[in-house]
Design a protein around this ligand. Structure first.
Ligand SMILES: Cc1ncc(COP(=O)(O)O)c(C=O)c1O
Length: 459
């Protein structure tokens, strides 16, 4: 790994600074495997120049400071704003002890689908604890948040039905819709008027089938939030159901931890809530929360990722159960307050030095960079200067709209935040220098058709 101080742009071939995953999305040819090889060549060119910031592995716990390895095996170390552990519960002694205790008792595996013999007394207790948290709803657990989002749509929507999604809805929601029906409609991000037009058009032609309106309570690449009451009103007007994915704010936002559903007093108004444990509850896993036992039982046998996938392990269920207990206690409140304090401090410090934080205050702080080439160099610089933050490009965001996706934790200190902001600014300034000779190239070669919407919001 270089020391990040180079400003010699000639060390980067233009091909490592241009191109996108989009170019390899639909390879042509009869040989299914040969035709994907081009991707590796392009990826490897980027890797050779330390411009492939993905697939890092941690060498120590994902805490506020962390050692990690790049995809090429080189070691990095620094202040860590790239892990999803918003309340810093993954290293909490009580949470770790709960997992160890479950392993002592059960071993490490659930050894079955929840539809067969995969549940444990930990997963049953977890269902009850979550149910209490979301005002008595019925809970169905899933092995990941992704599989819960997919299942919530695939499990209830049938080919004649319609799914209407915010254009930035997460990949699990888009894939769930695709698995269920061809009648998929998108409306502009957070655009209620656009949603109304879609619903009007659908109901003008089809008054027989169901409509599911799909949104997120906190969008994970933009850090913004819909007006859930307005969506509810539209669903009522057009006889549609409302699904809200609360993966990123459930547990970590709001006085009681109920996220924007809680802040907007809408917990009881969503027909289907889906959530993930992987952001605030220190484990893989996810859930669907619905209002009736009948719907929950149906999902258990008609959503593929419940019936045909192995249940949460005992250690995962015990981990999440311990996390729920903390999240609902005074300590949870204190952790949420510390997290929000860090977020607000970071956003204000960024504004002072001209870094543009997008969206609203949340544990995700998206920082606009723009051109992919500039972002790749800046990201390389940042890591070599001693800070880790994820770079996101297409397909998670539109082409030409690359950004850092900073993820804040309750355990970060103000000094950690200061360090990140200082290094991010420095890494971008250095990258601007290095990237200058490529700018003209970028403007002339980027085909307008290649820009546009993300394929699906991710992570
Ligand atoms: C909005 C949203 N839904 C679902 C998921 C999937 O959750 P998990 O990563 O826990 O599978 C994610 C993130 O990964 C997400 O951002």
């Amino acid at each position: 790994m270089s020391d990040g101080t180079t400003s010699d742009s000639r060390e980067f071939p233009a091909a490592a600074l241009t191109g996108s995953l989009r170019d390899y999305r639909a390879p042509q040819g009869k040989n299914l495997l040969d035709r994907v090889e081009g991707f590796y060549q392009w990826q490897n060119l980027r890797r050779e120049h330390e411009l492939w910031p993905y697939a890092k592995s941690t060498e120590s716990a994902p805490r506020t400071h962390c050692a990690a390895k790049n995809d090429d095996g080189s070691l990095i170390e620094g202040v860590n704003f790239a892990s999803q552990d918003y309340l810093s519960l993954s290293s909490h002694p009580k949470v770790k002890e709960a997992a160890v205790e479950a392993i002592r008792e059960y071993g490490v595996h659930s050894a079955g689908s929840a539809a067969l013999l995969g549940n444990t007394h930990y997963s049953l207790k977890l269902q009850d604890a979550l149910s209490e948290f979301v005002n008595g709803r019925e809970i169905v657990l899933y092995p990941t948040g992704w599989s819960a989002g997919f299942a919530a749509i695939q499990g209830v929507v049938r080919p004649g039905d319609h799914v209407v999604l915010d254009v930035l809805a997460h990949s699990c929601l888009q894939e769930g819709a695709r698995a269920a029906t061809h009648n998929i409609h998108f409306h502009g991000h957070l655009n209620c008027e656009g949603l109304r037009r879609r619903l009007q058009r659908i109901r003008a032609q089809d008054n027989e089938n169901g409509i599911l309106v799909v949104t997120e309570s906190l969008f994970s690449m933009h850090s913004d939030t819909p007006d859930i009451a307005a969506l509810r009103a539209l669903c009522d007007e057009f006889d549609a159901m409302l699904l809200v994915d609360c993966a990123h704010d459930f547990g970590c936002i709001g006085e009681d931890g109920l996220g924007h559903l809680g802040l907007q007093n809408m917990v009881d108004q969503a027909d289907i809530i889906i959530g993930s444990f992987s952001k605030s509850f220190a484990s893989n896993g996810g859930f669907i929360a619905v209002k009736s036992r009948g719907v929950a039982e149906y999902l258990k046998y008609f959503s593929a990722t419940q019936t045909f996938s192995n249940a949460l392990s005992p250690a995962q269920a015990a981990t999440v159960l311990a996390a729920v207990e903390i999240i609902r206690s005074d300590e949870g409140r204190v952790r949420r307050a510390r997290l929000m304090d860090n977020i607000l401090y970071m956003r204000s410090e960024m504004a002072k030095v001209g870094l543009e934080a997008l969206g609203d205050p949340s544990p995700i702080v998206p920082v606009r960079v723009g051109a992919e080439g500039l972002a790749r160099i800046a990201s390389r610089n940042l890591v070599s200067l001693g800070a880790i933050a994820n770079l996101v490009e297409y397909p998670a965001v539109p082409q030409g709209a690359a950004r850092y996706r900073v993820q804040v934790m309750a355990d970060h200190s103000r000094e950690d935040v200061d360090k990140l902001v200082m290094l991010m600014q420095k890494s971008l300034r250095m990258a601007e220098e290095t990237y200058r000779p490529y700018r003209e190239n970028e403007i002339h070669t980027a085909a307008p058709a290649m820009r546009g919407k993300p394929a699906a919001s991710a992570a």
